[in-house]
Design a protein around this ligand. Structure first.
Ligand SMILES: C[S@@+](CC[C@H](N)C(=O)[O-])C[C@H]1O[C@@H](n2cnc3c(N)ncnc32)[C@H](O)[C@@H]1O
Length: 190
């Protein structure tokens, strides 16, 4: 089974939508004050927990995922969302289209330069995803989809575009069975 088929099956079961990330909520609320009506992209949107948050805050939300089941569910739930079935490998968007890009719990190191290219000057990128400690403690996700300590900031600073890092943090988020090892970065394209 390919990775896409695996996700397609999971989304077809319509998993419960979890709450938005606290890191994303905090930064997006702040950005929304100056970017109402601007275009925002949710990368590998899954259930669309952040797409819906972006809409609520007044952004024009665009969401993509390679699993068509995820996009169909989201588009059916809210007609304002523009969903695109696409692989992160071949992003079907023009340069400088988005004021905000959110990517959570998904990692493809190769696309960081593309994400920066899709941002308008002054636009913001928020990434939050798993650290290797998550793989080491739970076996999930696969190691190659997890970040080494310090790697997220290095990836963003080394992506060939001047950026201003607003916040970068790493650690355990949540408690008990929800505890998850995550790295997160919020930055602006200069
Ligand atoms: C763990 S889920 C995270 C979903 C969402 N970002 C969130 O935080 O709730 C990972 C998502 O990435 C999508 N995905 C995995 N590989 C992808 C790729 N190469 N291109 C586009 N989407 C991909 C999966 O279909 C799945 O919806």
């Amino acid at each position: 089974m390919t990775d896409r088929e695996h996700w397609q099956e999971r989304h077809a079961l319509r998993p419960e939508r979890t709450a938005p990330s606290a890191f994303v909520e905090r930064h997006v609320a702040h950005l929304a004050a100056r970017a109402k009506g601007a275009r925002a992209l949710d990368v590998a949107c899954g259930s669309g927990r952040h797409t819906l948050l972006l809409l609520e805050l007044g952004f024009r939300a665009v969401a993509f995922d390679h699993a068509s089941a995820a996009c169909r569910r989201l588009a059916a739930e809210d007609k304002r969302v523009r969903t695109v079935v696409a692989d992160a490998d071949a992003l079907p968007f023009r340069a400088a289209t988005f004021a905000l890009i959110v990517q959570t719990r998904f990692l493809d190191r190769r696309i960081v330069p593309d994400l920066l290219r899709l941002l308008e000057p002054g636009g913001a990128l928020l990434i939050e995803t798993f650290l290797v400690a998550q793989h080491e403690t739970t076996g999930h996700p696969r190691r190659e989809f997890c970040l080494e300590p310090g790697e997220l900031e290095r990836l963003c600073r080394g992506a060939g575009c001047a950026v201003h890092v607003l916040e970068c943090c790493e650690g355990v988020v949540g408690a008990g069975r929800q505890a998850t090892h995550l790295a997160a970065i919020a930055l602006c394209k200069v």
